[in-house]
Design a protein around this ligand. Structure first.
Ligand code: GCB
Length: 595
């Protein structure tokens, strides 16, 4: 049933989710009121604010934000006397007590809001990890699953001029059936990790749109615009003043207008990341966006940007804050990380292993850095579970909805290092066709594994490769697989006539730890890995991109080695303090050669 509803909504409008009004995209263009700041919180490991003592959902949970009405009233919680946490932000790095915590925390924010006449109001969350139950003034607005994508709920009828209280139960317990599942190599930062805003719109408004060059074309813009509200059949004009474009379309009875026109555009590229002001003007609403136009295709083993072969000089990045640690959430975080990538010589970043905060994509657009964006279908997902598939599809829908107008995004990646099986192939093929239906313009990839045909030959023949545009492959020759020199004698083969991005390689080093080139954890060993990797990579005829693992050290519970790791994965080219390791300069030298 649920699937049917989802499918019928997708028929109505690509990119629109089965959740009330669907995701409102481009919040930058909206009248917003920030709810960031300190929120009162109750840590609730037993979820007694949600379940009663028979473990049944309670009608009188903490979402009621109750206060004793008389001196004899019994109420065992009080948000207003509770501790606070900053939103946006993970809870783990805000207080030592919550560093390893996985479970429920209740958040409460009080606010006043004067809604203007003839408007609608939504509460918008950039992300909450992992499961969020949202309540306003004691009423449930809904639930969202997935730790890295945005969601919104309408509050027009519930919001009052004064004394509102928004309560969010955030639960980051890992689950076998979730996406990601129990095992990952990154920190399970919990909390409301991205901005929270109230968005005010006209009663009928531009909810979402796609304005992009048609696949394969450099002058033909096509896409769609979706209105939400009561007056759906409206005339909508798309204007790109700098390119002399002004074209009108009429939305159908479902509020959907398909758009199509030719335009003479300066194309977006890393050398010239041109963004145009684009206006979408309906009768009842108007939004402005900054959109770049470029084409991205493959031909044989080549990747073509604007019709020309390009090599993706990349690096992997986690959505972790430089210098202060914890989840990244700000424009400054994005600028710092992407500036380091640029300094490395990168024109490309792989944003691992889940959708990063929107500033990363917006800044990549502005700075001219191509992006590989991925969903947390990582390692061992429950391939046979329909709910897991629906969850993964929904996370994919949400990230595509948010970022589909960003020129920087060139690749959607479906998965990382997933073990071969028929069920897994069926699951990933389902995601691939879903991605293609939502966005026919991007290339699709996945980080796959490889295997040895013999001691000297590496083979990429994962059956998934047949369905991807770009092959991604992770390998750790010199780290998990032999010593650095092993790379020298290796030859690479593939079953598919397609471009390869070596989506991971590398090794760990603690910044400032020195020794000889065969002593683990030293900068010299890591540099040695890179020297031999580069030699090997240069010899792969179908290689069209690389993204070494990883730009910066990141936290991982799987990395306890005292004095070296201390719960950090040390494969960064830069330490968590921003110090560049020797391997950074080796990679930089190669990228300079390639430029
Ligand atoms: C991998 C994973 C990545 C890990 C990395 C490592 O293959 O894709 O998430 O962090 O290896 O450091 O082992």
């Amino acid at each position: 049933m649920k699937i049917l509803i989802l499918v019928s909504l997708l028929v109505l409008a690509p990119g629109v989710r089965a959740q009330q009004v669907g995701l409102i995209t481009n919040t930058e263009a909206r009248k917003t009121t920030s709810l960031d700041g300190q929120w009162q919180v109750i840590v609730d490991p037993y979820e007694s604010g949600y379940y009663d003592y028979r473990y049944q959902p309670s009608d009188n949970g903490y979402f009621k934000n109750a206060k004793p009405k008389s001196k004899s009233d019994l109420i065992e919680y009080d948000f207003d006397k509770s501790a606070t946490l900053k939103v946006p932000g993970d809870w783990n790095t805000q207080t030592d007590q919550l560093f390893f915590y996985e479970g429920t925390v209740w958040y409460k924010k009080s606010f006043d809001y004067q809604r203007r006449p003839d408007t609608r109001v939504f509460v918008y969350f950039g992300a909450a990890n992992y499961l969020a139950d949202v309540y306003l003034n004691g009423e449930k607005l809904g639930r969202h699953e997935g730790g890295f994508t945005p969601f919104n709920f309408e509050i027009t009828k519930l919001v009052r001029d004064t004394g509102n209280f928004l309560v969010v139960k955030v639960d980051n317990k890992r689950r076998l059936d979730a996406v990601p599942t129990l095992m990952t190599d990154w920190w399970n930062y919990g909390g409301i990790t991205r901005d929270v805003e109230l968005i005010e719109t006209p009663t009928t408004f531009v909810q979402d749109y796609m304005v992009q060059l048609q696949r394969g074309s450099r002058d033909h813009v096509s896409g769609w615009i979706k209105l939400a509200g009561e007056k759906l059949s409206q005339r909508i004009t798309v204007r790109i003043p700098e390119a002399g474009v002004s074209r009108s379309f009429t939305a159908d009875g479902n509020g959907l207008a398909t758009i199509d026109f030719n335009a003479d555009l300066k194309l977006w590229s890393p050398e010239n990341p041109k963004l145009y002001e684009v206006f979408i003007e309906a009768e009842t609403d108007r939004v402005r966006d900054l959109i770049g136009f470029r084409s991205i295709e493959t031909r044989g083993t080549d990747i073509l940007l604007n019709g020309r072969p390009i090599f993706l000089r990349g690096v992997c990045i986690h959505d972790e804050a430089p210098l202060r640690g914890g989840r990244a959430y700000s424009r400054e975080d994005a600028v710092t990380l992407l500036s380091w990538a640029k300094e490395l010589g990168a024109n490309f970043v792989r944003l691992a292993h889940y959708p990063h905060n929107e500033f990363m994509i917006r800044e990549a657009d502005r700075m001219g850095i191509m992006v590989w964006s991925e969903i947390p279908v990582y390692w061992t997902i429950q391939w046979e579970n329909p709910a897991t598939l629906e969850n993964a599809r929904n996370q994919l829908s949400e990230v595509i909805a948010r970022d589909k107008n960003r020129a920087a995004i060139v690749i959607w990646s479906m998965a990382n290092e997933t073990p071969l099986s028929d069920a897994r192939l069926a699951f990933l093929r389902n995601l691939i066709s879903h991605a293609r239906s939502l966005d026919p313009t991007r290339l699709l990839s996945a980080a796959m594994e490889r295997h040895y045909l013999d001691a000297k030959t590496q083979m990429i023949d994962d059956p998934l490769g047949e369905f991807l545009d770009v092959l991604g492959c992770n390998e750790y020759v010199g780290w998990y697989d032999g010593l650095p020199e092993k790379a020298d004698g290796l030859e690479w083969k593939t079953k598919y006539e397609k471009p390869l991005v070596m989506s991971e390689f590398g090794g760990e080093a603690q910044f400032g730890n020195h020794g000889d080139a065969l002593t683990r954890w030293t900068e010299e060993y890591q540099a040695n890995v890179y020297e031999h990797q580069i030699g090997m990579l240069k010899r792969i005829p179908f290689l069209r991109g690389t993204s070494p693992w990883i730009l910066m050290d990141f936290r991982s519970p799987r990395r306890p080695l005292p004095g070296i790791q201390d719960y950090w994965n040390r494969k960064g080219l830069v330490s968590d303090r921003g110090e560049k390791k020797k391997a950074f300069y080796i990679m930089q030298r190669w990228y300079r050669e390639l430029q």
